[in-house]
Every structure is written in structure tokens, then in C-alpha cells.
Design a protein around this ligand. Structure first.
Ligand code: MG
Length: 301
């Protein structure tokens, strides 16, 4: 993993020395606390901050408080690198949330080792965060991430007065499939279905998640009923095309899906739960209409 380190120090010589010591990494240099905080407002966030304590303007202790108070930067580990040698200073730095404390004059090998350890921790943490968003079986987003994305898209649609569509998808007679072919085959089928649904989504903002056992959900921003049913129909057909054998099925002798969709231009007073309920009602209708079909509803409110 390529890591970026920000070094904050008012002494140009220190910046140069540390840059040389950490030349295996991408390095961002900041000459004081204000400069560092300015960089942290941008999109290119470092994975680790090496922070001097004594600087004109904001001290390192004041800078770390601001870093830890900001949701966007709170998780970036900070290592103090300072000439302050008292135990009280070290204690204060660690209490403010620093991961480590290095005394000047520093030993290059020690700096490298502590940076390496801290980055290893940071990278593991980032990996866990990513995994927490992903369904372990199908490797698409999980329910938790779906809730976050739907909430975000809902707010954005309210703000911009734009269409938002949601498709709820359920694999037909899946329990029956598991009973006949075993759960291992059931898992393989779910992986294939997830992959197929994903391949039907063409725009970068279109989004699919595993909603529950054999249920999937698709969020389509900026999409009304016409666009939404088109996507839903393409997903339904794609699943029919791969023909995953299900001989004992009451309908076609392969696995099929039912889809319920809902489109609206949501309003401030509503919440996204309503969209899920409406799409769910359509999904039930699709089941009742004999499965392997799409049911849709649209509302301007
Ligand atoms: Mg200094």
C-alpha cells in the first residue's frame, strides 16, 4: 500500500532531514500548524502525520486537538516529534490522542521503525473499514453500507429536486433451491446473481447491495420509472440468460428473480424508509403475479 506522510515542522532543516529519512513514502511538507490544517481541508489526506510541538502560531498540541475534533481527520494517526523532553509533555501529547512520541534529536532508524509500525496499524484499520462495508459472500456492499448510501442519495434528491429510484430484488423459491441443491450451491448462486446484477448497472452512481439472505437492492439516482424499469428488466433478463438450473422449480427450470421498484422526487418531510416500503410492496406484487417479473410504482411526491 502506498502511504502518504505529512511532516509538520517550522525548521526547514528538520523538514529536509525527515523527508530524506522517509523517502520511501510520499511526503507532504507543512511549515507550521496553520499550513498543516489547510492541507487537511483538501481531498488528499495523509495516512500519518509527524507533528512538531514547538512552532510559531499554533503549537503541535493545538493542532492535534483540531485534527481530533474533525470527523474527516480524526482517524489519521499522529506522531509527535519534538525537542521537549519532559515526561509531562510526552504524557500530554499521548493524552491528546497521539500514537507515539519521538524525541529530537531523532535517530533515523527509530523514526522509520515507529512510522512503519503506525502505518501498519493504520492500513489494517482501513482494510477493516472497507471490509465492514462489504458482504463477505458476494463481495458487493452490505446492508449497513446500503443504509448509508440510500440516506445520502435521498438527501441529495430532496436538495436537488431530482428523481430517485429503488429496486428491491428477491430470488424466487430460494429456500427450495437450497433444500434441493444444498447451501454450498446456494452460495454459488447468490455470488453469480450479485455479479450479474452489478454487470447490468451502467452508470458509476448506480449502486447494488445485498439487502438480506437472498434479497438485493439497487439504488438508481436521477432515475424515473422509465429508466428504472429498463434497468430492472435488463437485470431480470440477464438472470434468465445465465440459466442456473433449478429443476424442481414451480416455474421455469432455472433460478429467477422478482423485482419491485419505486421512483419518486422525495420531499424534505419524508424519509427513505418510505421508499423501501413502497418498493417492497411492488416486490410482493411481483411475487403474487407469478414471479420472474417486474412491478413498479411512481409518485411525484
Ligand atoms: Mg519547532
Amino acid at each position: 500500500m502506498d502511504n502518504t506522510i505529512m511532516i509538520v515542522d517550522d525548521q526547514t532543516l528538520n523538514l529536509r532531514l525527515l523527508e530524506e529519512v522517509l523517502k520511501d513514502y510520499t511526503v507532504i511538507l507543512a511549515k507550521d500548524g496553520e499550513h498543516a490544517l489547510q492541507i487537511l481541508e483538501g481531498d488528499n489526506l495523509p495516512d500519518l502525520i509527524l507533528l512538531d510541538v514547538l512552532m510559531p502560531g499554533l503549537s503541535g498540541f493545538e493542532v492535534i486537538k483540531k485534527i481530533k475534533d474533525n470527523d474527516k481527520t480524526r482517524d489519521i494517526p499522529v506522531i509527535f516529534i519534538t525537542g521537549l523532553k519532559s515526561v509531562q509533555d510526552e504524557e500530554e501529547g499521548l493524552n491528546l490522542g497521539a500514537m507515539d512520541y519521538i524525541m529530537k534529536p531523532f535517530n533515523p532508524a527509530i523514526v522509520r521503525a515507529r512510522v512503519r509500525n503506525t502505518l501498519r496499524f493504520r492500513n489494517q484499520q482501513k482494510m477493516l473499514e472497507t471490509m465492514a462495508h462489504i458482504d463477505g459472500l458476494t463481495e458487493i456492499s452490505n446492508r449497513r453500507n446500503f443504509d448509508v448510501i440510500l440516506n445520502r442519495e435521498f438527501k441529495s434528491a430532496v436538495r436537488n429536486k431530482r428523481w430517485l429510484s429503488l429496486i428491491m430484488i428477491d430470488v424466487d423459491q430460494f429456500k427450495h433451491y437450497n433444500d434441493s441443491y444444498g447451501h454450498a450451491k446456494g452460495d454459488v448462486a447468490l455470488i453469480k446473481i450479485a455479479k450479474t446484477i452489478k454487470s447490468c448497472l451502467k452508470r458509476s452512481d448506480d449502486y447494488v447491495a445485498r439487502y438480506g439472505g437472498e434479497e438485493f437492492a439497487v439504488i438508481l439516482p436521477d432515475t424515473d420509472e422509465i429508466g428504472g424499469t429498463e434497468v430492472a428488466e435488463s437485470i431480470r433478463q440477464a438472470i434468465n440468460t445465465i440459466k442456473m438450473e433449478h429443476k424442481k422449480s414451480k416455474g421455469d427450470p432455472w433460478l429467477t428473480i422478482s423485482l419491485g421498484g419505486y421512483s419518486c422526487i422525495p420531499e424534505h418531510s419524508q424519509n427513505e424508509q418510505r421508499i423501501i416500503e413502497k418498493a417492497d410492496i411492488c416486490l410482493y406484487r411481483a411475487k403474487n403475479n407469478g414471479r420472474n417479473c417486474v412491478e413498479w410504482e411512481q409518485s411525484v411526491k
